[in-house]
Design a protein around this ligand. Structure first.
Ligand SMILES: [Zn+2]
Length: 269
């Protein structure tokens, strides 16, 4: 797999870019604060698919909670593969990189986030931000290995999410924030697709030659190795993209973060 930092950083870079090109009338991303929230959601969602592996660092984000979620997810996705596999698909003994690594689960995650925020509004957006920031921070700092590091991750994610309360855009923002979750998941899938193992992007809906869980991957030998040179180069490029875009987002000055607080400020156009 591509390493956690690359996933998190690519999610942030793509989120910053998408947030800035989304039309303002879709709601939500017409302030720098909205852009930051959007990118925070995509950065965390870019780790979300790997919650199907109890061994993944991201499964230690919230200690026992994400540990239990990942064991449940791995068992469930394994069952999904075995229930839907074609006659030539091998039996699945490990749910990692299966259902959560499909296009459909990326769309479902965004739809679920949209429904949740639509029903509960700002508190749901902040709760989701808290959870996904936890995954994102953990993804960026995989070398933390102590058994209590998750407490720090949880505290930092909670502080950031609470601090973001007033940054959540006003009005109907559920679809635009929900789209951030799908964008983050898709960024993860693109990263995994670039590795040698590939992912079952269209499974189980597109059968080919008796197989439903065939994998999409780069042609012959082009796949990159986790933590290899290509992974490091990608991490560097995405980091530079994040820094450059943050510069653009904040170029208009701090009043763009909280226009309703700074009097006389105008919205981003
Ligand atoms: Zn993955």
């Amino acid at each position: 797999m591509v390493m956690g930092p690359t996933h998190a950083m690519s999610g942030a870079a793509v989120g910053l870019a998408v947030a800035q090109i989304l039309p303002g009338q879709w709601g939500g991303v017409d302030t720098a604060g909205g852009v930051i929230i959007y990118a925070g959601l995509t950065a965390g969602a870019a780790l979300l698919p790997d919650l199907d592996s109890p061994q993944a660092t991201v499964s230690r984000s919230f200690g026992p909670l994400t540990g239990a979620i990942s064991r449940f997810t791995e068992n469930t996705t394994q069952a999904i593969v075995n229930a839907t596999r074609g006659r030539r698909d091998p039996r699945c003994n490990n749910g990692h990189r299966t259902f959560t690594h499909t296009l459909w689960s990326a769309l479902a995650a965004g739809a679920g986030a949209t429904a949740l925020i639509g029903a509960y509004g700002r508190p749901a957006a902040i709760g989701l931000l808290f959870f996904l920031l936890g995954l994102g921070i953990r993804g960026l700092l995989p070398e933390w290995s102590g058994s209590t590091d998750w407490i720090i991750v949880t505290a930092v994610a909670a502080a950031l999410a609470c601090g973001a309360w007033y940054l959540v855009p006003a009005g109907s923002f559920e679809a635009v924030l929900g789209s951030a979750v799908t964008v983050g998941c898709l960024t993860h899938l693109l990263g995994d697709m670039a590795t040698r193992a590939g992912i079952p992007l269209f499974a189980p809906l597109v059968p080919i030659g008796g197989r439903r869980w065939w994998k999409v991957k780069l042609p012959g030998g082009l796949g990159i190795r986790a933590n290899g040179p290509a992974d490091k180069v990608l991490l560097l490029l995405f980091t530079l993209a994040v820094i450059a875009q943050l510069g653009l987002v904040f170029a208009d000055g701090p009043q763009m973060i909280l226009p309703e607080v700074f009097s006389g400020a105008t919205h981003r156009t």
